[in-house]
Design a protein around this ligand. Structure first.
Ligand SMILES: *[C@@H]1O[C@H](CO)[C@@H](O)[C@H](O)[C@H]1NC(C)=O
Ligand SMILES: *[C@@H]1O[C@H](CO)[C@@H](O)[C@H](O)[C@H]1NC(C)=O
Length: 276
């Protein structure tokens, strides 16, 4: 599970906090493998419910397993609330695992309800489908003042927080940027602007831009067509500048397609994301 996505309030498991140290101790005891004595009927039993993973990204049309577990010292009753199609289930002491099949909705909330000694609590998870970039485009380089400026556009991808953009020159990585800090749950366009000093040795070298979505083990890659570095503006002035510094400058721009996604969701609540 990606820690970077955890601060989103929607993704917090709705396990109600147990108040008081005595209750906490009781809750801890109930997690231990030795069976706890059953609580007297009618008494409130402190327990938590967990649905894990709390956030999972799947390719559209794939299946996913969600595990609902409780600390209920008694035999809990479980139920799952979801718009997604259910598949197999597996059970064990204190947990039930549910398979959800053919996940095509952009983003779905799943609730698990567990009833323990007459009290019902719930936990929540979110299942997102991901969308590989529609395109990765490297704009022709611009040469000004002895510097190349490269602009790489990665369009219509999701989720952007799992994206790594890499620039290669002559096969060598010259820059990479992880967009983990962008936590939006919307389709996004990302533009990376990279500026570096022109050097004679860069002449005729192909530069490519690579987008990689790294989704908990599943890696989706797309690359741009190469751009060749040519036409060096090798004036004496830029030559002098080039020898003083090789600093590179990077700007990341993020355009989030919140409105278009919302419109799309309204039109096709369970549609394939590629249709958006
Ligand atoms: C479900 O979660 C429980 C508690 O964390 C664990 O003991 C069990 O092995 C899990 N089951 C599956 C199928 O992952
Ligand atoms: C993303 O890029 C595509 C293609 O360039 C464009 O049609 C779309 O309007 C852009 N979306 C946003 C939110 O900027």
């Amino acid at each position: 599970m990606r820690a970077l996505l955890l601060p989103l309030p929607l993704l917090l498991v709705a396990a109600y906090p147990v108040s008081g140290s005595a209750r906490r101790r009781q809750a801890e005891r109930s997690q231990s493998p030795s069976p706890s004595p059953p609580a007297p009927l009618g008494a409130s039993v402190p327990f938590w419910v967990r649905l894990s993973p709390e956030l999972v990204a799947v390719a559209p049309g794939r299946s996913v397993w969600l595990n609902c577990s409780t600390s209920c010292p008694l035999q809990a009753r479980y139920s799952l609330s979801t718009q997604l199609r259910r598949g197999r289930t597996a059970t064990g002491p204190g947990w039930v695992s549910y398979e959800l099949v053919n996940v095509t909705a952009w983003s779905s909330i799943v609730h698990c309800f567990a009833t323990c000694a007459g009290e019902t609590r719930q936990a929540t998870a979110r299942i997102n489908t991901y969308k590989p970039p529609r395109s990765v485009i490297l704009e022709p380089r611009v040469l000004t003042g002895g510097r190349y400026t490269l602009r790489c556009h990665v369009t219509h991808l999701f989720p952007v927080g799992f994206l790594v953009v890499t620039l290669r020159r002559g096969g060598r990585v010259i820059y990479f940027e992880s967009l983990e800090r962008f936590k939006g749950l919307d389709l996004a366009n990302v533009t990376l602007t990279y500026t570096f000093r022109a050097r004679p040795s860069y002449l005729w070298q192909p530069v490519t831009c690579h987008a990689r979505l790294n989704l908990d083990g599943l890696v989706v890659r797309s690359s741009s067509a190469p751009v060749i570095l040519t036409a060096l503006d090798w004036s004496p002035e830029s030559k002098a500048l080039a020898s003083t510094s090789i600093a590179a400058f990077v700007v990341i721009l993020l355009a989030v397609g919140a409105t278009s996604l919302r419109r799309c969701l309204a039109m096709r609540p369970r549609g394939l994301c590629s249709a958006c």
